[in-house]
Design a protein. Structure first.
Length: 186
């Protein structure tokens, strides 16, 4: 879908067009199971095409992708964010995978999915902010986390409010903050 039609549409706008692409993950096993038919080479071509035509790129990355070990989830999310940033994404949203459609619950029963936690979402954002240095030749990408339905993420009730408030502030400012300390979940 990224081609001449997008360039023509961008030319009709008085502002600058931004195209969103759900990269989701670069984890090779998880990518094949997602069945999105978005190979990395295809993503790379689309990103290069958009950049060549001065069209902005927004990317969606998942945290807690099925078929990625829970212990590796934050790391693979950060790798995917780095990948998107290296290809010119100006805005990157980290979205925690949430169940509710039946398929994720089935995968969870099979041991292929572990719902991400609030702490993992916080750790993913912190890691991404630390990994993406300011590039002198370009503005650094804006990395945010999706807080829709955040109350569904497993987490400590004692510090949940402070953690969500911190994530919201970072989403707005783009500036890292000291982590929330909690004697209950520490």
């Amino acid at each position: 879908m990224i081609g001449a039609e997008v360039v023509d549409f961008a030319a009709l706008l008085s502002g600058r067009l931004e195209v969103a692409i759900g990269l989701e993950t670069i984890h090779p096993v998880a990518m094949s199971h997602l069945n999105k038919r978005l190979e990395l080479e295809r993503f790379d071509r689309a990103a290069a095409f958009l950049a060549e035509h001065q069209i902005d790129l927004r990317v969606f990355v998942l945290l807690g992708v099925p078929h990625v070990a829970a212990a590796e989830s934050v790391e693979w999310t950060a790798r995917t964010v780095e990948y998107a940033a290296a290809r010119g994404a100006g805005r990157i949203a980290i979205i925690p995978v949430r169940g509710g459609n039946g398929e994720l619950e089935r995968l969870q029963q099979l041991g292929h999915f572990v719902p991400p936690t609030l702490l993992e979402l916080e750790n993913a954002l912190d890691l991404c902010l630390a990994l993406l240095p300011v590039r002198p030749s370009a503005r650094p990408p804006v990395v945010t986390v999706d807080l829709w339905d955040v109350e569904r993420l497993p987490g400590c009730n004692a510090c949940r409010g402070a953690r969500v408030a911190r994530l919201l502030r970072i989403n707005v400012t783009g500036v890292a903050e000291p982590a929330v300390s909690c004697s209950v979940c520490a």
